[in-house]
Design a protein around this ligand. Structure first.
Ligand code: PEP
Length: 254
């Protein structure tokens, strides 16, 4: 069985020292009473090196929250996948709704980033999700299908082994509102059907589909039991080590 993946998205929070301290606290709590999951933290660019140093020789992965698709060049303010690899990153979060909606990243841009990150041997955490208006118009499945189809177009069949999908309804991110278990299971099932059709049965059944959107210590247990949930992408509640690990431990079966 695939081990669940729980990723903390620290967004634009924390100095180098604060992020390293948070990583250290997560590690301490994980050693004391392990969450039976794979853990990763997505730190701001400026804190990736100290966080990686803190977590070196541990099983906790380090992720960036974005990157450019080119290797180098005149792209002021951007960071390339090879730079992320150089700093010790294991994964990159791509297509987060804040990137799509605040910074106007299109599906085509996300697709270029997916390809570049995989080419550099890093793992992709690909976020998809509908807005409230899209859900109310009954367009959830259509939107998610489009986001996935464009982001994954043209990839080799085995590329899917280095991709995690995070379903993050935009209306649930940072709002305190969760999608219901029924809503989550329906969307995750749809995602799995699409991946099975495009990448084959084996890949479709192996892939972890994470849920993200106001996951907190008091709702995580119910969400972890929801059909098809293979982990979480956690924003606000990942900024405190105790709540992040409490959430991750909801997947413990013993
Ligand atoms: C996120 O940033 O991906 C997220 C899910 O945030 P939150 O948990 O705060 O809703």
């Amino acid at each position: 069985m695939t081990v669940p993946l729980v990723v903390g998205n620290w967004k634009m929070h924390g100095s180098q020292a604060e992020c390293a301290g948070l990583a250290r606290n997560i590690l301490r709590l994980q050693r004391r009473k392990p969450a039976q999951v794979q853990l990763a933290v997505a730190a701001p660019f400026t804190a990736l090196a100290p966080v990686k140093k803190t977590l070196r020789r541990t099983r906790i992965g380090v992720a960036a929250q974005n990157c450019h698709w080119q290797e180098s060049g005149a792209f002021t303010g951007e960071v390339s996948p090879s730079m992320l690899r150089d700093v010790g990153c294991d994964m990159v979060v791509l297509g987060h709704s804040e990137r799509r909606h605040i910074f106007h990243e299109t599906d085509a841009v996300v697709a270029q980033k997916v390809e570049a990150v995989l080419r550099n041997g890093l793992q992709v955490i690909l976020c998809v999700g509908e807005t409230l208006a899209e859900r109310r118009q009954g367009r959830t499945a259509k939107v998610i299908t489009r986001q996935l189809r464009i982001a994954l177009k043209g990839l080799a069949k085995n590329a899917i082994d280095n991709i995690e999908i995070a379903y993050e309804p935009v209306w649930a991110i940072g709002t305190g509102q969760n999608a219901s278990p029924v809503q989550i299971a329906l969307v995750h099932r749809r995602i799995r059907q699409l991946l099975t059709a495009w990448f084959g049965k084996g890949a479709g059944s192996r892939i972890r589909i994470l849920y993200g959107g106001s996951v907190k210590p008091d709702n995580a247990a119910a969400l972890a039991m929801t059909a098809e949930v293979g982990g979480f992408l956690v924003g606000g509640a990942s900024l405190a080590a105790e709540s992040f690990i409490t959430i991750a431990r909801c997947f413990n079966r013993s």
